[in-house]
Design a protein around this ligand. Structure first.
Ligand code: OXD
Ligand code: MN
Length: 583
């Protein structure tokens, strides 16, 4: 396709004048183009073709050792007013940020190719979809964007002559950790990312656009852009209900989105609509409708097995890009927790020889697969529906060893916003920094909310007033531990038992106990049929709330709220009410 959009042409010209690539390649999204790029990526050594029999159409890639996760401390929201970025974001004035970034980008593509990637976030032809264009000097980015988005002519067609697109510029530069910056300019719908090759920092359609920029658009336009999976549950009578879940990175969103119901739940099916991001709007029927803006899964590999998540593993059996996992001598991949014996010898994620006797991990804990959603065995027939799917329930949750019980329901929407706003979780390897530290991660959006989080809470409250039939809001915690530090709840497919209670609550089919933190199930209302080695007493244990632990929790929430100068009064009132209920 020849681009005739004048705004696009001018912008590409400006960016090329800055970065000075040897050539510019316009991406059309065709199969022929994919084949050509793959040959080039393999011949340059940037990517490795995996065994065509075992993993047809699959490629392997290693990022630099210093570049294996999102860098939150180097991610900025650049708004004219510092307050608009808020207390949870790094901020830089736009003029200063552009000047610094221009310095880093200047001539950075000399000797390289600049690829122009038009892409769509959201299903083709959907009124809620949005167009982005990413300029990048990384062929790996192009091949990943081909999986994660609807890329090429389809996006240019949707854009037409419009100047409304998100402008993304990515350059590998020298992959210099000290000069790595992920800059967002929400006032210009612009993202500039430099000195990284790690997916979360460079696949600009995902976290940068679909969450940080989109949360700004959603705030302005009256919708929600959230770090949420969407799944559908079909009951034996054929009725399908949809649930979203917001959990921090690497807390099992992909696993929950693809779960297989336990044997007792005959006739139930779970379908995946999305595993990471939900864009939600109020439908004409007064319900909230959600779409998955992505077209693929950028999932954490370690721990993914035929036991933990067969649907994810099966999705990756062809046309998938593996990053920073271990490579076997016969062109296969391996990672810790894959559920198959370790290979006798392999090359680890650092490119070093590895054997099962090695003390180092073979795969980086944040190693990833990039796989087409269309290949997922349980992909929802509605996953590309232009109008999305109607949401009955929303789950919030994190990794909490003690405080949060297995599940509870908020008293109402506003209390649900409070539950989401006070969510906390132990940190994981998805972002650089210490792992296992408890941090407040409101709605799992701490690293992704592209504006003042106080305003974000207010937006949620305002949305609740506009949704006639709002989803019910729940909190779940699969991660309570015993004295030995072991998880008590079996998790994975067994989480279906909790989803069933959630839907029963939505349908008004089951009673609950009113507690200081919300409505909780009676132990007999969570079906434990066939769950060997797990007793009703175990369940009662993880449904308990310890007032001493919650006294600390309330202190934690007070400290958390104290950081917000734009905290909505409703949130302060919710905290006061929680304290009163415990008193
Ligand atoms: C992700 C993340 O990659 O949240 O989805 O880090
Ligand atoms: Mn995520």
């Amino acid at each position: 396709m020849v681009c005739t959009n004048k705004t696009v042409l001018q912008w590409v010209k400006d960016m090329a004048e800055l970065t000075k690539p040897d050539q510019i390649v316009w991406i059309d999204g065709s199969k022929a183009e994919k084949d050509r790029l793959e040959i080039e990526a393999v011949s340059s050594g940037e990517m490795t073709r995996l065994d065509e029999k075992k993993l047809p159409g699959c490629l392997y890639h290693r990022t630099a050792l210093n570049d294996v996760a999102r860098v939150e401390h180097r991610t900025f929201i650049c708004t004219s007013k510092k307050d608009d970025a808020g207390p949870t974001n790094n901020w830089m004035a736009p003029a200063e940020a552009y000047a610094m970034m221009r310095g880093l980008f200047d001539g950075s593509m000399k000797g390289r190719t600049m690829y122009v990637i038009p892409y769509l976030m959201g299903p083709a032809g959907s009124p809620v979809s949005k167009v982005g264009i990413e300029l990048t000097d990384s062929i790996y980015v192009v091949l990943n964007m081909r999986i994660m988005t609807r890329m090429g002519d389809v996006a240019m067609k949707q854009l037409g002559d419009s100047p409304e697109f998100v402008r993304g510029l990515h350059g590998k530069a020298q992959i210099d950790e000290e000069k790595r910056y992920i800059m967002h300019f929400p006032e210009d719908n612009t993202i500039w990312s430099v000195n990284s090759g790690y997916g979360g920092n460079v696949l600009l359609g995902k976290k940068c656009f679909a969450l940080r920029i989109a949360s700004n658009l959603a705030h302005r336009e009256g919708w929600l852009a959230e770090h949420m999976l969407i799944l559908g549950i079909e009951s034996p009578d054929g009725k399908v209900q949809y649930v979203t879940g917001a959990f921090p990175s690497a807390c099992g969103k992909t696993n929950l989105a693809m779960l297989i119901p336990p044997a007792y739940a005959k006739g139930y099916k779970v379908f995946t609509v999305g595993d990471d991001i939900a864009w939600m709007r109020i439908g004409e029927d007064g319900r909230l409708w959600g779409v998955n803006p992505e077209a693929g899964f950028f999932g954490v590999a370690p721990g993914t097995s035929m036991k933990s998540n067969p649907n994810a593993l099966l999705t990756t059996k062809s046309n998938t890009i593996f990053t920073n996992v271990a490579l076997t001598s016969d062109g296969d991949v391996w990672w810790e927790g894959m559920g198959v014996p370790a290979p006798a010898t392999a090359t680890d994620w650092k490119g070093n020889p590895w054997t099962p006797a090695s003390t180092e991990k073979a795969a980086n804990p944040n190693s990833r697969f990039t796989a087409p959603a269309s290949q997922c065995p349980c992909i929802s027939p509605k996953w590309e529906a232009p109008e999305g799917v109607p949401i009955s329930a929303m789950l919030f949750g994190g990794r909490r060893a003690k405080a949060a019980p297995l599940v509870y329901q908020s008293f109402d929407w506003e209390h649900g916003v409070f539950v989401g706003a006070t969510m906390a979780s132990e940190t994981t390897a998805a972002a650089s920094g210490a792992v296992g530290v408890v941090r407040r991660d409101p709605m799992a959006m701490l690293p992704f909310c592209g504006y003042n989080m106080g305003d974000y809470f207010a937006h949620w409250i305002a949305m609740g007033k506009k949704i006639k039939n709002p989803p019910k809001i729940f909190n779940v915690n699969w991660f309570r531990t015993n004295e030995a530090g072991k998880f008590i709840w079996p998790g994975y497919g067994e989480n279906f038992r909790v989803l069933q209670w959630v839907l029963d609550r939505c349908d008004g089919k089951v009673d609950a106990v009113s507690t200081p933190i919300g409505y909780m199930p009676k132990a007999e209302d969570i079906d434990l049929t066939g769950l060997e080695g797990f007793t009703k007493e175990d369940l009662e244990g993880i449904l308990s709330i310890d007032p001493a632990v919650w006294a600390d929790e309330i202190k934690g929430i007070e400290e958390h709220f104290a950081k917000f100068d734009r905290l909505p009064k409703e949130m302060a009132a919710q905290l006061a009410a929680l304290k009163k209920r415990f008193a």
